[in-house]
Design a protein around this ligand. Structure first.
Ligand code: F6R
Length: 241
């Protein structure tokens, strides 16, 4: 079941998302985390709450959705670096409790299977998601099987263009592959929180919520999950009936 919460703008989306997330910032919980522009407001709220109210992450674990293939963790645009900069380094979560898939290694597919095994041992209580303008969740691009596990994938042309802004607007600098949790992995999370803000998400949001459940819109699978909250701002909701 999907509960849709409509808000005015990205700032209000971050507030609502924090209200949902707060219930899971408790000892023993496992958070599924995302990167990109969308969760930045929520992460800022989590940091503020940690600093002002002392909310602790010492006994929390986290698993991120994805990582670019070929970027070392020292690269500022690696998702490892993103997570440290925007969240992990500003709260008290122990490094060993955080997990970001590695985009480097001899056998990325074997590493991907190990990642799924780790998640199976510590099931995710709440998975945070953004949505791509093409309807992707994590880096599961249109056409990815709904039962996929963590795997290596090629990024869609539209995703490479969308992410160009993080790489000096130079398309040749954007990695073309990523390691991503599969749709099957994501669907195992007990609860899902998806945030969509901005007009460039409007079409994907409409297809996710009102379209058929079809692999052409990866996010449409969320219609089959028991517990999903979708927070949409006005521009992202503009095509909804
Ligand atoms: C990030 C991720 C992606 C993004 C999506 C939206 O970990 O998995 O699916 O959520 O590409 O990106 P932004 O938030 O930058 O619009």
């Amino acid at each position: 079941m999907i509960r849709v919460i409509r808000v005015k703008d990205a700032a209000e989306a971050a507030e609502k998302a924090f209200e949902v997330m707060k219930e899971f910032i408790k000892p023993g919980k496992v958070l599924g985390l995302a990167t990109g522009s969308t969760p930045l407001g929520l992460y800022a709220k989590m940091v503020e709450d940690h600093k002002q109210n002392g909310t602790s992450y010492k006994e929390i674990k986290s698993f991120n959705l994805d990582e670019y293939v070929g970027l070392p963790i020292t690269h500022p645009e690696s998702y490892y670096a993103f997570m440290h900069r925007n969240l992990f380094d500003q709260i008290d979560i122990p490094e060993e409790n955080t997990h970001v898939p590695s985009g480097l290694g001899e056998d990325l597919e074997a590493q991907a299977r190990e990642y799924d095994e780790m998640i199976a041992e510590s099931p995710v209580d709440i998975q945070l998601l953004g949505i791509g303008s093409d309807g992707h969740i994590a880096f599961n691009e249109p056409g990815t099987p709904f039962d996929s596990g963590t795997h290596v994938t090629d990024l869609a042309e539209s995703t490479i263009k969308d992410n160009c802004r993080f790489f000096d607007n130079d398309i040749s600098k954007v990695p073309t592959q990523a390691v991503t949790q599969g749709i099957g992995t994501i669907m195992k999370a007990r609860n899902i929180l998806l945030i969509a803000t901005g007009a460039n998400k409007a079409k994907a949001v409409k297809e996710m919520l009102e379209g058929p459940v079809d692999e052409s819109c990866p996010a449409s699978i969320l219609q089959r999950h028991d517990s999903v909250v979708v927070i949409v701002d006005e521009p992202a909701a503009s095509l909804l009936s």
